[in-house]
Design a protein. Structure first.
Length: 221
């Protein structure tokens, strides 16, 4: 007796109705998938995800309420769900914010939707869904994540080990971003950003945030 495999349940969240319909049609043609819900904004997407418990949540970044906010909430409530962003934005800021929010894939709406089902099936099998050009940018960002600091303080002192989040905060500080701007970019509270800054200043043995930012800028030249 052959075992019947359960269809993978998909939530589609996009404020553009024709896009939702196109995506639904692309997945309805594939017996591996069952579109269990559709939503037009972030709040509706979270509610549908909690209610339906889909295997995959396909979210638009720019929908009302923010697809990124929906991704954070769904990842927290449904850690087993796979989150894939489907968006028109190829900007680095959106790409890396989505990955920080817990996305397992980042697809552009310019893709051939005939390939969408295979991409989502790959995600459910542990692969990442992302165009090659975006993968190259992720690798470039990863390789350049930490400046080549050896001993930024007294010789013989241990090298400071910042967390990945602290590196992100420090990089934005070096760009001249305010606490509020950093909080919005990283989807954090202002108080959390201040805690990260205090930790950075302490680890780098500098006087304040301005000195930490200047040290970072010098390390990249």
């Amino acid at each position: 007796m052959t075992e019947t495999r359960r269809s993978l349940r998909v939530l589609i969240a996009d404020d553009h109705a024709p896009t939702r319909d196109d995506v639904r049609r692309a997945l309805d043609r594939d017996e591996r998938f069952d579109v269990c819900a559709a939503a037009a904004d972030a709040a509706e997407a979270v509610q549908a995800a909690v209610r339906e418990r889909p295997d995959v949540c396909l979210l638009d970044i720019r929908m009302p309420g923010s697809g990124l906010a929906a991704a954070w909430e769904i990842a927290a409530r449904l850690p087993r769900a796979k989150i894939v962003m489907l968006t028109v934005s190829a900007e680095d800021a959106d790409l890396f914010a989505a990955l920080r929010a817990g996305a397992h894939g980042y697809l552009l709406k310019t893709m051939n939707l005939n390939r969408l089902a295979d991409a989502l099936a790959g995600v459910c099998s542990g692969e990442a869904a992302m165009q090659r050009t975006l993968v190259a940018r992720v690798l470039e960002r990863f390789h350049g994540r930490e400046p080549r600091w050896r001993h930024p303080v007294a010789s013989g002192s241990p090298e400071p080990r910042l967390t990945s989040r602290e590196w992100e905060v420090l990089e934005l500080l070096a760009q001249g971003r305010s606490t509020g701007e950093i909080a919005r970019r990283l989807v954090l509270s202002a108080s959390a950003v201040r805690v990260h800054i205090a930790s950075i200043v302490r680890k780098l043995h500098v006087a304040d945030r301005a000195a930490a930012a200047e040290l970072f800028r010098r390390s990249r030249t």
